[in-house]
Each structure stands twice: as structure tokens, then as C-alpha cells.
Design a protein around this ligand. Structure first.
Ligand code: ADP
Ligand code: MG
Length: 526
């Protein structure tokens, strides 16, 4: 059993066109197997790993079977979370691009119910919802199940894990018996089998144990970096994107240990996984990663084999993988189950050629990005926070807080100033950079600058241009932004913009200027 061409599945012209627009070249194995069965109207149990295209496997036949003339609820798709409900709805909308005027609606908690009620009145045919919210609408009689002919339990294992069993049963009990019941799940624990026994009629099991579709549709980025800056940049990226879980790949065990150490010193919750560890140790680390005790896992390719964790939002190729295939395996660990994911690759010097090979092999595009400066980190964090504020405003239930703000405005503070102050507190209080940078507060430099001490001076034939040249060539920052340089017999002071201070310190460490090995540190005012 292999993959089929979509044309062989005898689908409508509209679906074939949409699938082509979406860039699907052929049906995935689960799609090839499940679509024909579902089209016969039989009950189906579909089992395949995450990322294998299960949504289209049930979505395509459902769209094909909807009676476009009848504007009543015909299919209900239950999903475990709001994100998944939205994603399934979006995938169905893309698939139905050429099916005129088909009514598809996601309903989930957290969105004002009135808005959903209004939307439901517009002749929705396919409803995608979380069990809680679907029940809510059933109770309010804003969603009637009498006309529903198909019900799909998507990610059924996850729904049971989340405690939706009773809700699911309540919903299924309300849907007319002559319905078609379809269940998709990545795993088939006992509880799922019980559910299928109770609610399905002579179901056809379709099981695929194939690997995931090639590279998932996640953002792939690379940075050209110096070896010495990797740890610093990694920390900035983690601060900036704040991924729920991060997976970092190094090429050697030694690197794994070193990096774990560096991250732990900087206060991150990180741990490592490599081939030298005993199974028991590994299990312990994996448990910590799964339950969120640590949110950063550093691993070698071999040790990471078989890791199956869903919430990895960022994969870092701290080292460019030696083998092209590893790249695909590594980044396949993020963006699973349709979640957002990002893959970052650090490229040093000639490794850029390796990256080209990888792109060719994986038929993928990895985009170059500028390494984020500390102010970029701040900017992104601020804009992410503002997004959160917008969401919170949308969700409402703020009257209790509005009351406090009203009190403040009576004291003659403007609401603009209050909002700005709150933003400042929120964005700076969680910023680790600030505390680290405090080391630079007392170097006696001009505003916005940090004064650095270097232990070479006139006696070493050092001139200002040597200092500028060395800093510029080692760090890539422009010579023009370097400030005052004071050269004495045995040492030199140089001022650099505050946001580059850390970078300069890391990159200049152990370098030589005019043949003298240097020591560099923040100047001491006293
Ligand atoms: P699952 O539900 O099995 O975890 P999804 O349905 O979320 O997987 O699909 C994962 C990704 O693969 C989605 O981005 C989807 O658009 C894409 N996809 C689905 N079918 C195909 C296909 N036949 N060819 C290429 N990509 C596909
Ligand atoms: Mg899915």
C-alpha cells in the first residue's frame, strides 16, 4: 500500500484544483487509504502519526459528501483544542476553495458565544468545535443535531487525555443513529477502542505506520554567526520567541554538555541527552521535558531518535547537521500536530555550502536573517505583549479592572500614560537582559555607551585605528559606532554602544591585537 495520485481517487474537479493550489503532489498514505472508504459512507477508524495529513483524509470526503443545497448542519468535527479546531477549519476552507459558498464554522471556548450564534444562523453545514463549546450550543439549542449525518472525532486520543470522554459521549448520543461515525487518532489506546465499539457500526480500520510527510510547513531560518557568539545568540532567540519547548541539536556529546552548562548558568531550564547516558537517566530527562520542568532540551541526533514530543515550538541547529537527512529529522520535531514551529540554523563560515546541499536534498528554502540585537529582542517582546493585550481586550470580562483605571484617571493621570507605564513594567520586568546589563552601569561611559578596558596600550604600539579595526573585524559592528578611545601606556579604554557590549566582550575575548594577546572587560569607574 503506497501513495496515490489525487486523480486516482476520483474526486471532484473542485477538490482536485484546490489540492493542486495547496501544492499537494500526491495523496499521503492515510489519505489514499481512508478517502475511498469514507466516501462509501462506512464508519472508519484512521490511525496515523501526527503530520501525516489526517485532516484532509477526512476533510476531503466530507466536503465531497456535503449536500450543498441544504443549508443545515450536516457534519460535526470534534477537536481537542481551540487551535486545532481553527486549523482544521482553515484546512477545510482551503480545500473547499472552489466549492461555492460552503458553510464551515469553527466554534470554541474563549470566543464570544453571541458571535458564534449569529454565524450559526447563516446556514452552516460543517461545524468544527471543541466538545465543551459544542455542548454549550446544544444546550442553548443554537446548534441542533437532528440533521447531522457525519461526525468526526479528530485527534481522539488527545481528546480522551484531556478528559472529554463524557462530553463526547453526550454529543454522540444526540446525533441520529443513521449517521456515519469517523474517528482519527495517532494512537489506539484501550479507551479509544471502547469508544469505537460503543459508537461505531462495523468500522473499517485504516492504519498507516509511515513516516511523516517531508519537511513540515514551518519557518526555517539561518543565521551567519561566529562560533563564539552561538550561545549568546541562542539565548537572545529564546528570549525573543519564548518557545514553549525548544530542542537544540549539537553534533557532539561534548558540545551538548558544554551548552547545557552555559544555559543553566544563564538561568535557563535546560538539560541534555546524549548517547553516553544510561536509559534511566534519559528517561528522567525526557520526563522533565514532557512535563515542562525543563523547557530546553539539548541533544545529539542519535540520542534524539524517537523523541516524540508535541509542543516543541523551536528547533535549533546549533551545529549544522553532518548529514542532510538529519536536518529533515531534526526540524520535523517542531510544528507537529499543526502547531506553530520554527527552525533556526547557525551557520559558521564555509558551512554555508553544507546548507545549500541540505536545501537541495530536503527541497526546502531556508531564509537568511540578520542576527537579532538586544533591541530587536526588546521590540519583538513588546509587540508580542501588545498582541496579548489585544486578545485580552477582545475577550472582555475587564470591568473589575476598568474600575481601577477609572479611579486613577480621577487622580488626573491620563489613560495613555497609565497604559504606557503598565507596558513598561510588563516588558521590562521579565527581561533578563536588564539585570545582566547592570554590570555595565558603572563604567563611566557616555550615555548609551559602555566603557571597556583592554590590557594593551602605547607600549604595545597600539593606535586607535588598531582598536577600531580589531573590534570591527571581529564583531562585525561598524567602526563608526565605536566611541571614545583613550590609550595609555599599558592599557586602553574604548567605548562601545551598550547594546553591543556583551557581543564585543564575547567576541574579543582571547584575541590578539598587534601580536599581543588581550584581556578585555568592562571598565571599573573607581
Ligand atoms: P495530522 O492531522 O495527521 O497531524 P495534518 O492534517 O495537520 O496532519 O497535516 C500536516 C501538514 O501536511 C499540513 O500542513 C497539511 O496541509 C499538509 N498535507 C496534508 N496532506 C498533504 C499531502 N498530500 N501532501 C503534502 N502536504 C500535505
Ligand atoms: Mg490532525
Amino acid at each position: 500500500m503506497e501513495k496515490w495520485k489525487f486523480e486516482d481517487l476520483k474526486l471532484s474537479e473542485e477538490i482536485n484544483k484546490a489540492v493542486e493550489d495547496m501544492g499537494f503532489e500526491e495523496a499521503s498514505p492515510i489519505q489514499s487509504q481512508a478517502i475511498p472508504y469514507i466516501l462509501t459512507g462506512k464508519d472508519v477508524i484512521g490511525q496515523a502519526q501526527t503530520g501525516t495529513g489526517k485532516t484532509a483524509a477526512f476533510g476531503i470526503p466530507i466536503l465531497e459528501m456535503v449536500d450543498l443545497e441544504s443549508r443545515v448542519p450536516q457534519a460535526v468535527i470534534l477537536c481537542p483544542t481551540r487551535e486545532l479546531a481553527i486549523q482544521v477549519a482553515e484546512e477545510l476552507k482551503r480545500l473547499s476553495k472552489y466549492k461555492k459558498d460552503i458553510g464551515i464554522l469553527p466554534i470554541y471556548g474563549g470566543q464570544p458565544i453571541e458571535r458564534q450564534i449569529k454565524a450559526l444562523k447563516k446556514g452552516i453545514q460543517i461545524i468544527i468545535g471543541t466538545p465543551g463549546r459544542v455542548m454549550d450550543h446544544m444546550r442553548r439549542r443554537t446548534l441542533k443535531m437532528g440533521t447531522v449525518k457525519k461526525v468526526i472525532l479528530d485527534e481522539a486520543d488527545e481528546m480522551l487525555d484531556m478528559g472529554f470522554r463524557e462530553d463526547i459521549e453526550t454529543i454522540l448520543d444526540k446525533i441520529p443513529e443513521d449517521r456515519q461515525t469517523i474517528l482519527f487518532s495517532a494512537t489506539m489506546p484501550r479507551a479509544i477502542l471502547d469508544l469505537t465499539k460503543k459508537y461505531q457500526k462495523d468500522p473499517q480500520l485504516v492504519k498507516v505506520v509511515h513516516k511523516a510527510l517531508t519537511v513540515p510547513s514551518i519557518e526555517q531560518i539561518y543565521f551567519e554567526v561566529k562560533q563564539k557568539m552561538k550561545a549568546e545568540i541562542l539565548c537572545r532567540l529564546i528570549d525573543m520567541y519564548n518557545p514553549k519547548l525548544s530542542l537544540i541539536f549539537c553534533n557532539t556529546k561534548k558540545k551538548v554538555d558544554e551548552l547545557v552548562n552555559t544555559l543553566q548558568i544563564r538561568g535557563f531550564f535546560a538539560d541534555g541527552l546524549h548517547g553516553d547516558m544510561k536509559q534511566q537517566q534519559r528517561d528522567r530527562v525526557m520526563t522533565k521535558f514532557r512535563n515542562g520542568t525543563i523547557d530546553i532540551l539539548v541533544a545529539t541526533d542519535v540520542a534524539a531518535r524517537g523523541i516524540d514530543v508535541d509542543d516543541v515550538e523551536a528547533v535549533f541547529n546549533y551545529d549544522v547537521p553532518q548529514d542532510e537527512e538529519y536536518y529533515v529529522h531534526r526540524i520535523g520535531r517542531t510544528g507537529r500536530a499543526g502547531r506553530t514551529g520554527r527552525a533556526f540554523t547557525f551557520v559558521v563560515g564555509r558551512e554555508i555550502y553544507k546548507l545549500r546541499d541540505i536545501q537541495r536534498y530536503a527541497k526546502t528554502k531556508i531564509k537568511l536573517r540578520q542576527v537579532p540585537s538586544i533591541s530587536d529582542v526588546q521590540e519583538v517582546k513588546t509587540s508580542e505583549f501588545i498582541e496579548k493585550v489585544k486578545e485580552t481586550v477582545e475577550q472582555g470580562h475587564l470591568s473589575q479592572y476598568v474600575h481601577w483605571i477609572e479611579k486613577l484617571t480621577e487622580e488626573e493621570y491620563t489613560s495613555l500614560d497609565i497604559a504606557a507605564a503598565l507596558l513598561k513594567i510588563a516588558v521590562t520586568s521579565e527581561n533578563k537582559e536588564d539585570t545582566v546589563e547592570d554590570d555595565y552601569n558603572d563604567t563611566g561611559a557616555a550615555a548609551g555607551m559602555v566603557r571597556l578596558f583592554i590590557n594593551v596600550g602605547r607600549n604595545h604600539r597600539i593606535k586607535a585605528k588598531d582598536i577600531v579595526g580589531s573590534i570591527a573585524s571581529n564583531t562585525g559592528i561598524s567602526g563608526r559606532v565605536i566611541g571614545t578611545i583613550d590609550i595609555y601606556d599599558k592599557y586602553t579604554f574604548v567605548e562601545v554602544p551598550r547594546e553591543y557590549a556583551r557581543e564585543v566582550l564575547v567576541l574579543m575575548k582571547d584575541n590578539s591585537i598587534k601580536g599581543s594577546k588581550i584581556n578585555i572587560e568592562p571598565a571599573n569607574r573607581k
